[in-house]
Design a protein around this ligand. Sequence first.
Ligand code: AMP
Ligand code: ZN
Length: 117
Amino acid sequence: MDNCIFCKIVRGEIPSKKVYEDANVFAFHDIHPAAPVHFMLVPKQHIDSLADVEDSHRNLLGEMMLLVPRLAKEQGCTDGFRTVINTGSVGGQEVYHLHVHIMGGGKRLPGMIPHPR
Ligand code: AMP
Ligand code: ZN
């Protein structure tokens, strides 16, 4: 995708603080971190969002989920972490290239969804 900001990061056309790269995925620090550790894991292949995944993405998604705990630990999330995949307008997605936010490295993150007690 020519104008996708995360495709440009994957291609090295926009600078990023790289966390990890292999043939299928790329990970980089979020430019506006919401936690002491906050990076994103994206497929190199452009997929708009989690709402657009198909059966053909099974192996890719599996690789990404297996990488999350490994990279989180390597980045200093030793006491757990939060993963977020914002999807679509209701989900607050701003960049339409599938990405997993991984956050941690500090104190307990605030609750996201208020629960009635
Ligand atoms: P969202 O689509 O809502 O899950 O959020 C997109 C995320 O991408 C936000 O947390 C932004 O801070 C982050 N972001 C946008 N542009 C860049 C960039 N050039 N480098 C790193 N992170 C970015
Ligand atoms: Zn893209």
